[in-house]
Design a protein around this ligand. Structure first.
Ligand code: ASP
Length: 333
């Protein structure tokens, strides 16, 4: 075979060669970001194991973590630079129905508000005061705007220097129990997003994301998490993906949409995540060395995989055979 023919052949077969199983193929299944995904998966599993819908399962999982006041998602999460907790969330089902809320204040379950946007409006994304107004019109209660003890401590700690460094984001986890957020080396927390993807017994895919976003962000800053195609994407024919890390970098490459497109082209879920990380690295390698982005994906067959720029990204898996935390592979570590 001459070189030209080989190149043609390898271009054609590369996706096939890359297609290898990186996780068990067992449905129903739920996967979620971080080790805090374990109890989240357990909640989603209650619905999946009874033959329930993946959309209900991902909402239930996300609501669980939003309820955890000692966690870094939901109203117990870290505030922005002005000391205000603003929440981002989205949800997407097997028919490409999707809803999202961004920078919403004092609403306990932004994921359910996102689902209301999906089900009750012709829109996809409501933001800020308008999202809150829509919540009140739809029976959501306004919660007190009080920081959780952990969030207050972290904020007070941060205020001492008040350094605006939203891009430095590499995990060095403290052993602080199942809801411990990722920490900076100096102990301060930075990001915390819960993204979950599920396939139900009918074989339908859904996903949800909920977060308080990057800690101590500018008021009004919105990350990748509520942006369909960035923080979450579901294509029922192909697979689904979610992300955690520096949202701006994920938005720039339409990260989760890219992951799903790589899967469409035949790449395994892990390889698709790796290629999306690499897209960020290729743009600016030196900058990429300083930041964390992790992608988690599952394909229509139930094969899951993840990849991150830095060491430290982990994800949780639950199906009838597995209930575990899996460290993602990474580029730098
Ligand atoms: N992706 C989130 C954001 O940029 C941060 C995170 O992963 O926790 O808001």
């Amino acid at each position: 075979m001459n070189r030209r023919k080989f190149l043609q052949w390898s271009a054609f077969t590369a996706p096939l060669l890359a297609y290898k199983t990186t996780g068990n193929i067992e449905k129903p299944i739920v996967v979620s970001t971080w080790d805090s995904g374990m109890p989240v998966n357990a909640e989603a599993w209650k619905i999946l194991k009874e033959g329930g819908k993946s959309l209900d399962a991902v909402e239930a999982g996300a609501r669980y973590i939003e309820d955890e006041i000692n966690c870094c998602v939901g109203l117990g999460g870290y505030p922005d630079r002005d000391g205000i907790v603003t929440l981002d969330a989205c949800i997407m089902d097997e028919n490409a129905n999707c809803g999202a809320v961004a920078a919403v204040e004092r609403i306990k379950h932004p994921v359910s508000l996102a689902r209301k946007v999906m089900e009750k409006t012709p829109h996809v994304l409501l933001a800020g005061a308008g999202a809150q107004q829509f919540a009140l019109e739809n029976g959501f209660a306004l919660e007190p705007a009080i920081l959780s003890k952990d969030a207050e401590n972290a904020y007070q700690q941060w205020l001492k220097k008040s350094e605006y460094k939203p891009v430095i984001n590499i995990e060095n986890k403290k052993e602080n129990g199942p809801f411990a957020p990722p920490f900076f080396e100096d102990g301060s927390a930075n990001h915390d997003t819960m993204g979950l993807l599920a396939i139900d017994a009918q074989g339908n895919l859904s996903g949800a994301v909920t977060t308080s976003g990057m800690a101590f962000k500018l008021h009004g800053r919105v990350g990748d998490s509520p942006i369909i195609g960035a923080g979450l994407y579901v294509d029922n024919a192909i697979g689904a993906a979610t992300s955690s890390g520096v949202g701006e970098e994920v938005i720039r490459i339409c990260g989760t949409h890219l992951v799903v497109e790589y899967m469409r082209n035949g790449y395994s879920s892990q390889m698709a995540c790796k290629k999306a990380c690499d897209r960020i690295i290729q743009r600016d390698r030196e900058k990429a060395k300083q930041i964390q982005v992790g992608f988690l994906a599952i394909n229509k067959q139930g094969e899951y995989g993840a990849y991150a720029i830095q060491k430290g990204f982990v994800f949780s898996v639950k199906n009838s055979k597995e209930n575990k935390i899996v460290p993602a592979k990474y580029f730098f570590g």
